[in-house]
Each structure stands twice: as structure tokens, then as C-alpha cells.
Design a binder for this molecule. Structure first.
Ligand SMILES: [Zn+2]
Length: 174
């Protein structure tokens, strides 16, 4: 199945999205998701940085990260983002970090749930009081998942991404 490989527009159209403060395990884990610019020597354009991620096989694969100490009205863990992907490929592992590449699913605008900022995720969130679930830690109630983001999806659908995830201490900054 051919994928629509596109040139990635230059910054500032693709804004970096730092979700470290609002995603799980950020103290010990870091994940970098970059968009690969196929038209420019396969340069990695930094996009999302966050704590730990989950990669799940739900008919097609997706990548998601959970919000820190946040649940929805039903007390299901709330997600910070979800990116449907195709062509997931393991690249390498080193010192506990794993690197994968994949393509953003070109035909799943509803599944592409990426916020514009960390603040957007916490807008309207309320502390959970009198919790009947006996959670030990304080937590907030918010939406289960961000809304679809059609403008960003149109920019990135079919683009190749590079995902590196592992212990925070291993990451060497640029
Ligand atoms: Zn609660």
C-alpha cells in the first residue's frame, strides 16, 4: 500500500510540543518523537517530547501517552495524545533506549488526537474529591483524550516519524 510521503514544512508551522510535565514517568523516562524530513537528507525535526509511551496494536498500531494523575469521568486513565501509525519498524536499542520508525496513518483523522499545548490538556480539569476509588494520590478529572486536530493532521498525515524512548539519563541533548 503506497503511503503519501510529503515534504514537511519548515518551522514554525510544526511547533514543538513539550508534554513532559503532564505525562507519566517523566522523572525517569523520556520519549522524543521527531518528524523525518524526507526531502532534506532525512533530517529529524523535533516534534513531541514526553515521559513514557505505550505502543498498542488496536487493528492498526497507535502510540499514546497517559496524562499524569488524571482520569476521565469513568475513572479511566486519561491520554495526553494518540497517534495512529502504519509500518512500525524497530530500528535499534542502545543503553536501555529503543528507537522505532513509523508513518502517521494517512487515513485516520478521527484517531489522530494531539493537543496544541500541555495547557490545553488541563483546561477544565477539576480535582477529584471524595474519590470512591481509594486512589492514594491526588488526581484530576479531565477529558479521556484530546479532540481531533484536523489542521495538524493535514500537515502530518503520511509523514514518517522517528520515536526514541528510554531512561532519561541516557538521552544526550543536541
Ligand atoms: Zn478519583
Amino acid at each position: 500500500m503506497p503511503l503519501a510521503l510529503k515534504k514537511v514544512p519548515e518551522k514554525p508551522i510544526l511547533e514543538r510540543l513539550d508534554l513532559c510535565k503532564v505525562t507519566r514517568d517523566s522523572a525517569t523516562h523520556v520519549t522524543h518523537i521527531c518528524v523525518v524530513d524526507l526531502s532534506y537528507n532525512h533530517r529529524n525535526i523535533p516534534w513531541i517530547v514526553c515521559g513514557s509511551i505505550n505502543i498498542r496494536d488496536e487493528n492498526t498500531f497507535d502510540i499514546c501517552a497517559y496524562l499524569l494523575d488524571a482520569v476521565d469521568q469513568e475513572h479511566d486513565s486519561a491520554k495526553a495524545f494518540c497517534i495512529p501509525i502504519l509500518g512500525l519498524k524497530f530500528k535499534y536499542a542502545t543503553s536501555g533506549s529503543f528507537c522505532f520508525e513509523a508513518y502517521i496513518h494517512p487515513r485516520d483523522p478521527e484517531g489522530f488526537r494531539v493537543p496544541t499545548s500541555a495547557d490545553e490538556l488541563l483546561k477544565g480539569a477539576k480535582p477529584c474529591k471524595n474519590c470512591s476509588y481509594n486512589y492514594e494520590d491526588p488526581h484530576i478529572i479531565t477529558e479521556y483524550i484530546p479532540k481531533p486536530n484536523p489542521m495538524l493532521y493535514e500537515l502530518l498525515r503520511g509523514c514518517k516519524i522517528d520515536i526514541t524512548t528510554g531512561p532519561r539519563s541516557n538521552y544526550v541533548t543536541e
